[in-house]
Design a protein around this ligand. Structure first.
Ligand SMILES: [Zn+2]
Length: 303
């Protein structure tokens, strides 16, 4: 069974094309209206990318043809894509993208390969259901998944990017991603602060390192690695599943701001960098967009 139900997008074609434009824009393309559209292909548009070489940089224009046949589950045939060459020439496009909610028929694939082999088009790509699903399920595409697939958004927890790339919280021992694990396991990971052993009671506490680990064996291995003969004590175990709660997240952030640099507590530069990374990584979960599943409790807090 597919992860996304493409029939959530109406079959009339217009919304499918808007989805295609939003998807490709997020993918890094600049969207343009083509100079030519015939009645049969009135939703064609162009997606432009900048191709950079050592001496030259130029735009590569793709003609994008959206075909939304998810309701019938039939592959897009050659007869569904009429006058490809003419459409490309009139749009001054270099390549062809088929943006399909099913897939391309072998005959259409063969025809496009022929056009490319005979140098009539520079390139072609088929972005089919499988390809689209692969990206829609990643954190960077969460906004689009929410907008176009409301049923998916209600049943799946989606992480929200705070930087260009997803920031995992990896167990420092086994490299398991403890942030994604939150969706499948309860209380699987902990964040542990390592404090320098104090010589006197009045000495300022120094957090010298922080690690994330799976509860149990991985945590024990890391404690053994860090706390033996290194003058460090493991302190402040926090379940990642507790920390992603919005008020706990805010508490940890505010407490860090309040204490840091005071006589009470300080961090080494590397430990502080780790703490800030963890806060950003956790924000991907905590500050994710509301789904119908989470919205009611959020409303309760607001009113
Ligand atoms: Zn582990």
């Amino acid at each position: 069974m597919n992860l996304f139900d493409f029939t959530e997008i109406p079959a009339d074609g217009e919304r499918w094309v808007r989805f295609a434009q939003d998807f490709l824009q997020l993918f890094g393309f600049h969207i343009e209206t083509p100079t030519y559209r015939d009645a049969e292909n009135m939703f064609d548009f162009c997606a432009v990318e900048q191709v950079s070489g050592k001496f030259n940089s130029h735009p590569f224009r793709w003609l994008v043809s959206g075909r939304h046949k998810a309701a019938t589950r039939i592959a897009v045939k050659e007869s569904d894509e009429t006058n490809i060459l003419e459409r490309l020439l009139r749009s001054r496009a270099d390549g062809f993208i088929g943006f399909y909610s099913t897939t391309a028929s072998p005959a259409l694939g063969f025809y496009l390969t022929e056009l490319k082999n005979r140098l009539l088009i520079k390139d072609y790509r088929i972005l089919d259901a499988k390809f689209l699903e692969m990206y829609l399920a990643t954190p960077g595409f969460a906004r689009i998944s929410f907008r176009y697939f409301p049923n998916y958004a209600q049943t799946h927890q989606v992480l929200h990017l705070v930087e260009d790339n997803y920031l995992p919280i990896l167990c420092e021992h086994c490299r398991k991603d403890l942030l994604k694990t939150l969706f499948t396991e309860n209380q699987a990971g902990v964040i542990v602060q390592l404090r320098r052993r104090k010589k006197t009671q009045t000495e300022t506490e120094v957090i010298a390192n922080i690690y994330a680990a799976c509860k149990g064996d991985c945590d024990a291995e890391l404690q053994a690695r860090y706390c033996n003969e290194k003058k460090l004590n493991a302190v402040g175990w926090t379940n990642i599943s507790d920390l992603v709660d919005s008020s706990a997240f805010l508490d940890r952030t505010l407490s860090l701001l309040r204490k840091i640099g005071t006589a009470e507590l300080t961090y080494t530069a590397s430990a502080l960098a780790k703490e800030l990374y963890l806060l950003k990584a956790i924000a991907q979960y905590t500050l994710r967009e509301s789904t119908a599943k989470t919205a009611p409790s959020a409303q309760k807090i607001m009113f």
